[in-house]
Design a protein around this ligand. Sequence first.
Ligand code: IPM
Ligand code: MG
Length: 368
Amino acid sequence: MDKKKILILPGDGIGPEAIDEVKKIIDFLNKKKTINIEIEEELVGGACIDKFKVPVKDETIKKAKKKDAILLGAVGGPKWDNLPFDERPEQGLLRLRSDLKLFANLRPAISFDSLIHASSLKSEIIKGLDILIVRELTGGVYFGEPRGIEDLGNGKRRGLNTQVYSTDEIIRVAKVAFELAKKRKKILTSVEKSNVMESGKLWREEVKKLGKSEYSDIDLNHMYADNCAMQLIRDPKQFDIILTDNLFGDILSDAAAMLTGSLGMLPSASLSGVKNGSYLSGLYEPVHGSAPDIAGKNIANPIATILSFSMMLFYSFDNHKLSQIIDNSVKTVLNKGFRTEDIMDKKSQKVGTKQMGDLIIEEITKNI
Ligand code: IPM
Ligand code: MG
């Protein structure tokens, strides 16, 4: 069997304990010879700052570039909140995204039937929800220059960021979204603010042009970001794939995630493109953050991290079968009524992080 080498970056807060459950699964599947994955581990975020005074080491970036895929837990926490901007834990993540050119961020928002009541929306609005946000991840206002805080003298200052997109940046991420649309419902909604922003106007024009020339079989729609936020809450099932820029994608993906009832359930993939239908190198991470308030208590939900590993199997290793087995195992455990605290309801049985991992492995065992 093809050996795959992955880099694991547990990070901060609940990251390490959620990652532990994935390591358990990898260990188990390696022993069963279902996969052949070699793991290496490095620090990132606050944990890396504490030990090496930087949010990610240059060697780690180098190492990451040589791996078949990367799995990340979470970064950040109040302990590092007062550090200067470019020394914060988040910079470790942003540098990985940027240096590895992971420009296409896939964030599925799927509602699990058994958790439908955990959503703050009415069940009929979210039952069966399965949307995918494709967020541009290495451009826009997150990285645009000039940026900074200027001193204006007289005790006043000026904060500046730049929203900027070029044709190439728009087209490469749009292609990923169009390719994904081919394999789904063939509907794509491109989201920007072309009514007020030039970068949004260019975004719309380039996506439209690409759709017309290469993807005429895809039903392409355009929507302003504010309207999209509203439509996501009003009638989320009208969407299949939403393609959007870095900042709007950050915001809309949190809204979409919450539709499903728990942020603790949602995985993500950050990819550096698609070539002949295959996806190029990827970093996989849960959408939720480091949740420092519940870290180290064995109560965190490891499912988003486990599903991120499942996305890795799907997109980076083309192992659709095993990815499906893991997804189904998660569903079965939920259907049986086991819940971590964040998705707990009165009828269910509460389990800790480790037990959730064990239960999922038990289901995987039955199906491999
Ligand atoms: C996300 C996070 C990050 C972002 C932070 C941690 C830098 O919110 O992945 O959505 O803003 O992109
Ligand atoms: Mg975010």
